[in-house]
Design a protein around this ligand. Structure first.
Ligand code: SF4
Ligand code: SF4
Length: 137
């Protein structure tokens, strides 16, 4: 199995720092790969990343919810969305994301749609190569 980062990720980066096998990679370019991605072949399912995420975006693969009911106010970040999120990440860096949508209370999202993009990032996308372009966002 692996752990999966879902579209609730707003690139805070706290998870990257704690992963003992350094398998969490920042997606780039932002408009194509808006969140962070876990290499499924390297993840040891230790779970250390889960409590580090301020947006509760990380799940063991078999626990990614098909029916995620929004509390209201949280964002999802996906290719094709056009809203804006501005914030300060775990390292104090200002970041702007232009591929988000803020959810309203009770809105339902299928986060299992976010599983395949994690696999694709390493199979046919930039994978570990994205680290070369990383500017800390
Ligand atoms: S800690 Fe959460 S929001 Fe931050 S990069 Fe990791 S998954 Fe994304
Ligand atoms: S579960 Fe452990 S090994 Fe897998 S991404 Fe999270 S911190 Fe890294």
């Amino acid at each position: 199995m692996t752990h999966i980062i879902t579209s609730l990720c707003l690139r805070d980066r706290g998870c990257i720092e704690v992963c003992p096998v350094e398998c969490i990679i920042p997606g780039l370019p932002l408009e194509k790969h808006p969140w962070m991605y876990i290499d499924p072949d390297t993840c040891i399912d230790c779970g250390a990343c889960i409590p580090e995420c301020p947006f509760a975006a990380i799940f063991p693969e078999d626990e990614v919810p098909a029916v995620y009911t929004a509390k209201g106010g949280e964002y999802i970040s996906k290719v094709g969305l056009t809203g804006r999120f501005e914030g300060i990440n775990h390292n104090g860096t200002h970041l702007v994301l232009d591929t988000v949508k803020q959810l309203t209370a009770g809105e339902v999202v299928n986060l299992r749609d976010d599983i395949q993009p994690n696999y694709d990032f390493f199979k046919s996308g930039p994978g570990y190569g994205a680290k070369d372009q990383d500017k800390g966002i």
